[in-house]
Design a protein around this ligand. Structure first.
Ligand code: TYM
Length: 334
């Protein structure tokens, strides 16, 4: 029997992914490629919802690909591609839009947050239809599981609803996918505002750890991370969100259960604890950064890997779209 399929995407919206992206999603992508038929992509169609400059978009798309390979995505085991290289994504998004209610789309909290930021009338229509394109990405590959952070839950609910509706209206077409979200890492907090998720649009760069960050500034950020009143290193998401966030980070990187860490730092205070967290993060990110930098020196090789990924992804997309077009009633192309 074929292995179950996983699919996920990441936007090329910065020059580096942050620790939330890595721990919440990419680290699971790397693990899952061992046991699953894995499809991962750089969501450049999604990234243009906020109109980056063409030069910026090109650079960030390549940097993103290099970081994913650098983080351990193996081009032999996974299909890694650029979303816009598989033209069918836009076509399926349109078809799904025609099967989505306005109210259903308007309920998406990410849209509400983003449109509030840009102003209700100046937010682009693409931001509104963003989750429907995301549903198209997922359903195109008949994915079984979608490894993501907790902030994507609602988009996955919509995806499941759209798949079920389409199947009911037009006959069995799409596999209904399930989210794959790990509790411990579903929301990595901002270092300065630990109740908020670490995010590219955070109010202060001090709150974000970038995967490509040099050890010096990285250590400083962790040493200056907001901790909570008291001096005990214990996990308490409500009263000690800052310490809890750092404990989670240290725990996933070292594979040490949180209670064991709590015992280790009993009586030692925040300083010693943060120093160790910083070293653990630096050590874990250094090889990713080095591999990424090396890959970026060979653009031709990077583009070759992405072309191979696009070819494999396109083969699946073509097959799904033949089914979709037929089920919906489009005449075959003469
Ligand atoms: P994006 O690019 O914002 O984020 C990529 C992945 O990182 C996760 N993530 C986090 N996880 C834990 N803690 C955090 N602080 C944190 N910040 C980000 C996100 O949940 C995500 O898994 N809409 C998607 C991209 C996308 C996609 C798809 C994902 C487009 N099409 C199809 C899955 C399937 C997004 O904006 O991710």
């Amino acid at each position: 029997m074929a292995s179950p399929r996983v699919l996920s995407g990441i936007q090329p919206t910065g020059d580096s992914f942050h620790l939330g992206n890595y721990l919440g999603a990419v680290r699971q992508w790397v693990a899952l490629q061992e046991t699953h038929d894995a499809f991962y992509f750089i969501a450049d169609l999604h990234a243009i919802t906020v109109n980056p400059s063409p030069a910026e978009l090109r650079r960030r798309t390549r940097v993103s690909a290099a970081q994913l390979f650098g983080a351990g995505i193996d081009p032999e085991r996974s299909t890694l591609f650029v979303q816009s290289h598989v033209r069918e994504h836009s076509e399926l998004a349109w078809i799904l839009m025609c099967n989505t209610g306005m109210g259903e789309a308007a309920r998406m909290t990410q849209f509400k947050d983003k449109s509030a930021k840009y102003g209700e009338t100046s937010a682009g229509v693409g931001l509104f239809t963003y989750p429907i394109l995301q549903a198209a990405d997922i359903l195109m590959y008949q994915a079984d599981y979608v490894p993501v952070g907790g902030d994507q839950k609602q988009h996955l609910e919509l995806t499941r609803d759209l798949a079920q509706r389409f199947n009911a209206r037009y006959g069995e077409t799409f596999n209904v996918p399930a989210p794959y979200i790990l509790k411990e890492v579903e929301k990595i907090g901002d270092l300065q505002e630990p109740l908020a998720k670490m995010s590219k649009s955070s109010s202060s760069p001090q709150g974000i750890i970038e995967v490509m960050e040099e050890p010096g500034p990285l250590r400083k950020k962790i040493m200056r991370a907001v901790t909570d009143t008291g001096s005990e290193v214990v996990a308490d998401p409500e009263n000690k969100p800052g310490v809890t966030n750092l404990l989670r980070i240290q725990s996933v990187f070292t594979g040490t259960p949180i209670p064991e860490l709590e015992a280790r730092y009993a009586g030692l205070g925040y300083g010693a604890f943060k120093k160790d967290v910083a070293e653990v993060v630096i050590e874990a990110l250094a090889p990713i950064r080095e591999r990424t930098e090396k890959l970026l020196t060979n653009e031709a090789e990077l583009d070759r890997l992405l072309a191979a990924g696009a070819a494999r992804a396109s083969a699946v997309a073509r097959e799904t779209m033949e089914l979709v077009r037929d089920h919906i009633g489009f005449l075959p192309k003469p």
